[in-house]
Design a binder for this molecule. Sequence first.
Ligand code: NAD
Length: 561
Amino acid sequence: MAEHKTINCYPRTKCPTGYDLLQDPLLNKGTSFTDEERKLLRIEGLLPPGFNSMEDQIARTMKNFREKPSDIAKYSFIMDLMERDLTLFHRVVLDNLIEMMPIVYTPTVGRASQNYSHIFQRPQGVFLAEKYRGRFRQILANWPLDDVRIVVVTDGERILGLGDLGVSGMAIPLGKSILYVACAGIHPHWCLPVTLDVGTNNASLLNDPLYLGHRHKRLRGSAYDDLVDEFVQAVLDRYPDALIHFEDFGNANAFRLLQKYRDRICTFNDDIQGTAAVALAGLFAAAKLTKVPLKDQKILFLGAGGAGIGIGELIVSAMIKEGLSEAEARRRCWFVDSKGLVVRKREHLTDVKQAFAHDFETIEDFASSVRALKPTAIIGVSSQPGKFTPQVLSDMAQFNERPVVFALSNPTSQSECTAEEAYIWTRGTAVFASGSPFEPVTMNGSTYVPGQGNNAYIFPGVGLGAVVTRATRITDDMFLAAASTLADMVTPEQFRQGCVYPPLTSLREVSIRIAAAVAQVAFEKGLARIPVPDDLLDFVESNIYAPEYASFVGAVAGHSS
Ligand code: NAD
C-alpha cells in the first residue's frame, strides 16, 4: 500500500489504491485521473479509457443537473455527486453558486428534510442520539477527520419554517456546511454536520415506518440540557478549537443555549445572531439612503421570535456604539407579536421580550401600532403574509420621506408584503428588503431592485474569521463588524436602484472581507489563539480552500506498479 504525502488533510496515512480509491469521495477524480495516475494507482481498466478535464466533468454534471425534472431530483443528483467526488461537487457548487444555492439550501433543502428518511442514501455527518448517552465522545471519535474546525448542529425542532422534523433535520447542518465551503472557501474537511436526536413531537414522523430517528416525544428539561452538555464536551475533547454553530433549534432552547454557552465556548446561533447581522447591515446601508443615522431610527418589528429579538439586541449594541445609552437604544426598538404591542403592562412576557417592553398603551394590532408610534422602519419577522397592508405602507410613506420596509419572513409566500406592494404603496420611496428574493420592479420609468437579506452574507465570513484565528469566542462586536463590512460593500449602482445589499454573486469577496473584519476583532480583543499576521486579508485568503484535483504523481511514493 502506498504512503500518501501531499494530500495531507486526508485522515489516513495510507492512500487507497485500485477499486477502493474510486469509492473514496475525498480522493476520487473520476475520469480526470491521468493515464500515469491510473497505472500508478492500479485503476487502469476500472474507468472508461478516455480522459476528461475537470472542466469537462463540470460541463457534464451541469448538463445532467439542468435536465432533472424537479428541484428535489436536482438535490438528489447533486448530493449523489458529493458522495462520489467531493472535489468536483464543491467546484460545481462554487462555479454555479446562484443556481445551486436554492437547491443545496432553502427552499429545496426543506423538501429534502421533509423526505429525509425516504430519500436517505448515505450518512454525511454524525448523529448523536439519546441511546448513545454517556458515549458521545466515543461516537464522535468514529468521524474519520481529525481537523474539524466548525461543527454545525441542529436538534431538528424548528427546521426553516417547517417546524419539528426530528432527525430529518440533518439536511440543514449539511446544507450550511456546503455553504461554508462555497461562500467562504472553508475547507470541506473542517466542517462537521451533527444532528442531536432528542426525539420528535411530529406525529406523522412518529407514525412513519421509514422514519430514521428515535420514536419518542422530545426530551425536555434537565435530560435535554444534559445531553447538549455532553455533546459540547465531546466536541471540546476531540476538537478543542472548534466553533459550534447552532442552527434551527426551537425558540426557547435557542435563546437559552446561546446564553449558556456564548461566554464559555466559541459558538453562535445563526437564526438569532446571523440574521441580526444581515438585518443590521441592511439598516446601515438604508441609513445612507434615508440620511437618517441608525441611532435616530425608530424601528417597529412585526414578530418577536428568534429573528426579531436577535435583530433588536444587535441594533441596541450598534446604537450604543453610535452614542446612545442602552435605555435610549431599547426605547428605539418596538415589537408587535401575536398578542399585540409589547408593552410593560402586558402579563407573562418572556425575559427577552421584557427587555423591549415600554410604558405605552395596549394596542392589539400592527396597523394601529404603526399609526401610534410613527416608526421610521418596519421589520417583518412574523411569517404573517400581507400584514404590511396598503394602509400600513402608505402611512409609512406619509410619516417618512424614505420609509424603511424590511419584509424578512420566508419563504416568499410568507412575506409581509411583496416588493411591488412596497414600492406601489409608498410611491417608490420605500427602502425595501426581503427574506426571499423578489424580482426588480419597474414603476413610472424607474426600476427598483429589492435587496435580499440572505443569512449566507454573514455566517460563512464570521465562521472563516473565527476558525482561521482559532478564536475562543464569537462576540457581538464580531457580528457588528460583519454587518458594517457588508453594508460598506453595497455599490453606488445598487444604492441608485434602492438596493441595500451587494449582489449575491459577490458572496466570496464579501465573506473574505467579513472574515478579515472578524479576525481583526479577535486580535483586538485578545480572543485569537494565533500570532497577528502581517496582512489580515492576505492571511485570510491564504486559508481559502480551492476545489482542485490534487496530482497523485509524486505524491504517492513506494508504489510498485
Ligand atoms: P419565531 O417562530 O421564533 O417567531 C415568530 C414571531 O411572530 C413570534 O413572536 C410570534 O408571536 C409572531 N407572530 C405570529 N403570528 C403573529 C401575528 N398574527 N401578528 C404578529 N406577530 C405574530 O420565528 P423566527 O425564527 O423569529 O422567524 C420569523 C420569520 O423570519 C420566519 O418567516 C423566518 O423565515 C424569517 N427569517 C428570515 C431570515 C432572513 O431573511 N435572513 C432569517 C431568519 C428568519
